[in-house]
Structure formats: structure tokens, C-alpha cells
Design a protein around this ligand. Structure first.
Ligand SMILES: Nc1ncnc2c1ncn2[C@@H]1O[C@H](COP(=O)(O)OP(=O)(O)OP(=O)(O)O)[C@@H](O)[C@H]1O
Length: 299
């Protein structure tokens, strides 16, 4: 297998341009563009059904787009040889909604699945040792490796899913609503773990969430999906400077204000305030509402 791990030096490990997805008459994305920066946690938000999961599935090759180009770690999706696309798949990890663990396998065996698939030459003992390490890395006690998913709490199952996503030492981590269904303490702990792993492992994280606390706590920037496109990308203060109605309602509504009030870490706040200028990635059109012209995108 070709090893492409060292050949990517670019600024944007994920580049999406002109993306179109539809199911029958139902157009989900039209001319959607997005650039994910290396080493950032990018939050992806949008109303229900705006196509956040379909976007993620398109990026990781589980959804064949009708048009557009998607470049991941310098490789154009769809253009690679079979060997290269297998190699590419080993460079990202995915935590799907609900964890998607195999219920008949223990946690450790779940983590071993991708190891077996991509590195069949590993001995059983080494594979099992790596799996136990990933389990611990995800904040679970080592004995969790020997338990079945049904024996774990929801929060522990999420961590088990994360352990599997980290099995191959990925450069990119995709998380689809990781804190959904967790109690506030469990959700905060998962957020802290995500941020810590991102820092220590140098991950780039694509994070779909409805959780405002998560956005405030760990996201470097947030991309907003609406009207079939990514209508804006920026730090939360930058997004708040736009007077798009959905953005205002989302971040400035009662829940948004509560999340802001709950955010008590000044370091996170300072980091967000220092963030880069907001990018407006879509072409403004009638549905974008007032304030989405390019003269208003800078915070
Ligand atoms: N395989 C499919 N076949 C038909 N329609 C689909 C398929 N997958 C997704 N859709 C539709 O595409 C739209 C976008 O779905 P998607 O799951 O990406 O939304 P989302 O933004 O992630 O929503 P939520 O926040 O509720 O999870 C929805 O209307 C959904 O019904």
C-alpha cells in the first residue's frame, strides 16, 4: 500500500467547492463551498435537515455528490486509485451519531476492527495492546475494553466510539453530534477530551453539533449551513457581527445567551476573540437575508 502520510503540507486538509447533493427533487446542497483549516476544531451548525451529515458523508466518500470537488489531505475524492483511497480512509476517524459500535463485539474488539482491516499484518497481541491504549486514550478505564457496548453508559459508549475513531492515528477526526444524549457533565467532559486530543495529537476536527456549549467551549470556528450552502464561517463573535436572522436567533436566542453565560473560561474567550476574520463562503442570494453582503462579513 502506498504511504501518503507525509505528503500533505497544505493549509486546508478539507476543501469543498461547488458541491451539489440531492435526493430526487430534494436539493440538499447547491454550489456549497467550505475550507477546513489544518489543526482547527470546526463546528458545523444548521437547522435540522440542512445537510450537515450529508456534507460529512460526502467528504468521507460515503455519499457520491452530483457535482463539485472535494479534496481531502491534498487528494481529490473520486480521482484516486483504489489503493490511494484506502490509504486516505486510514487517515481519518469518524464517530457517527450513536457510536455505531458492533454490539456483538467487546469495546476492544470494536477498536481492533479498523486495525485488522488496514494493518492485517499486525500480530493479535500487538493489535489488542493498541486497542487497549486507544481505549485508555479516550478516557475509559482499561477494563472497558473487555465489556460489550450494552454494558456501558451512553457517555462511555461515545468514548468507545471515539477510541475506534482514533484506532489508526488519524489526522482528521469527524464527529457527528458527539454530545447528543449526554447529560451536561458528561457532555462537558467529552468536550474537554476532544479539545485535549486535538491539542496533543494535532488533529483537525470536523464537528457537527447542535450543542451551543460545545461550540463555545471547543470550536475555533463555526460553519453555518443554511439555504443549501455554507453561508458563513468564523469565530462566534465574528458570526454574531453578521445580522443574518438564523445566526442571530441561534446564537442570540435564550439558549445561545445561556451558553455564553455558562462559558466561564476566559482563555477560551480570548482565543476566540483573537481568531481569524470571518469567511463568507457562499455567494450571497435572496435567501441569505440582510447583512450577508461581503462588506459586513468582517467582525
Ligand atoms: N439516503 C437518503 N435518502 C434520501 N434523503 C436523505 C438521505 N440522507 C439524507 N436525506 C435527506 O437529506 C436532508 C439532510 O439530511 P442530513 O441528515 O444531512 O441533515 P442534518 O443537517 O444532519 O440534520 P439533523 O441536524 O437533523 O441531524 C434531510 O432532509 C434528509 O431527509
Amino acid at each position: 500500500m502506498t504511504d501518503l502520510r507525509d505528503d500533505y503540507q497544505g493549509e486546508y486538509p478539507i476543501l469543498v467547492e461547488g458541491l451539489r447533493n440531492s435526493f430526487g427533487e430534494h436539493v440538499i446542497h447547491e454550489d456549497l463551498a467550505l475550507k477546513v483549516r489544518k489543526g482547527e476544531v470546526l463546528g458545523v451548525v444548521g437547522g435540522s435537515g440542512t445537510g450537515k451529515s450529508v456534507l460529512m458523508r460526502s467528504i468521507i466518500g460515503l455519499q457520491q455528490p452530483e457535482a463539485g470537488s472535494i479534496t481531502v489531505l491534498g487528494h481529490k475524492m473520486g480521482d484516486s486509485t483504489e489503493e490511494d483511497s484506502i490509504d486516505l480512509r486510514s487517515r481519518w476517524g469518524v464517530l457517527f451519531q450513536g457510536g455505531a459500535l458492533f454490539s456483538t463485539l467487546t469495546v476492544g474488539e470494536n477498536v481492533e476492527v479498523p486495525l485488522k482491516q488496514f494493518y492485517p499484518e499486525l500480530s493479535d497481541s500487538l493489535r489488542s495492546e493498541i486497542a487497549r491504549f486507544k481505549v485508555r486514550l479516550s478516557g475509559l478505564p482499561e477494563d472497558a475494553a473487555f465489556k460489550f457496548p450494552s454494558e456501558l453508559s451512553g457517555g462511555m459508549r461515545k468514548r468507545a466510539g471515539l477510541a475506534r475513531a482514533l484506532a489508526l492515528d488519524p489526522e482528521l477526526l469527524f464527529l457527528d453530534e458527539p454530545t447528543a444524549g449526554l447529560d451536561p457533565i458528561g457532555a462537558a467532559a467529552f468536550d474537554a477530551l476532544t479539545r485535549e486530543l486535538k491539542e496533543t495529537l494535532g488533529l483537525t476536527v470536523f464537528l457537527i453539533t447542535h450543542d451551543l456549549d460545545t461550540l463555545y467551549a471547543i470550536c475555533d470556528r463555526v460553519a453555518v449551513l443554511a439555504d443549501k450552502q455554507v453561508i458563513a464561517v468564523g469565530t462566534i463573535p465574528e458570526l454574531l457581527a453578521l445580522d443574518h436572522p438564523w445566526i442571530q436567533e441561534y446564537f442570540n436566542g435564550p439558549r445561545g445567551r445561556a451558553a455564553l453565560a455558562a462559558k466561564d473560561d476566559p482563555a477560551v474567550s480570548a482565543e476566540q476573540d483573537r481568531g481569524p476574520q470571518v469567511e463568507q463562503t457562499s455567494t450571497p442570494h435572496a435567501g441569505d437575508g440582510p447583512g450577508m453582503d461581503s462588506s459586513r462579513t468582517g467582525a
